[in-house]
Design a protein around this ligand. Structure first.
Ligand code: ZN
Length: 162
């Protein structure tokens, strides 16, 4: 997409079977409620309101997590993708190609916040010695994850690189 071209917010699941585009983003949040913890298998759910969402490849499967809400996910790789209710649809921030540009502006469901969630930023990181021990493993990893941009075809032919 060149200058002045497509300004959509694109994204998709880890395996690339499901891809989407959003015309306009609304409020970005992180929900700490217990249902979002389960649905994301994580500390909670970073989500952004999506206006003008289209599925550009495949489509999610859904789990009706309550009488009011269903959650979309990739049936092939399991990536959480949506939170859908009568008021609209929210999309998982981490699924966007440019997730770094979508910062939550509010926390929700804080009554269920995990007691250690607020301490994450203060945790130590790997020492150089520890990092050196695992460097070989990471150097040997060949990712199969879909790249952070739209592709004409996926997975690529065997000789092509993503
Ligand atoms: Zn997938």
């Amino acid at each position: 997409m060149g200058p002045g071209g497509d300004r959509r917010h694109s994204g998709g699941c880890q395996c690339g079977a499901v891809r989407f585009a959003v015309a306009t983003l609304g409020r970005a949040s992180i929900c700490h409620c217990r249902m979002c913890q389960k649905a994301f298998g994580s500390i909670g759910a970073p989500l952004v309101t999506a206006h003008g969402l289209t599925w550009t490849r495949g489509a999610p499967r859904h789990y009706q997590s309550s009488n009011k809400v269903r959650r979309g996910f990739c049936a092939d790789c399991g990536t959480p993708l949506t939170y859908e209710y009568e008021g609209g649809i929210e999309v998982a921030i981490g699924a966007f190609d440019k997730a770094a540009e979508i910062a939550p502006v509010i926390q929700l469901g804080i009554e269920s916040k995990l007691p250690w969630a607020d301490g994450l930023a203060g945790l130590p990181t790997r020492s150089q010695a520890e990092a050196a021990k695992v460097a070989g493993f990471y150097a040997s990893v060949v990712p199969r994850q879909h790249p952070d941009h739209d592709t004409a075809e996926w997975p690529p032919a065997k000789d092509e690189q993503p």
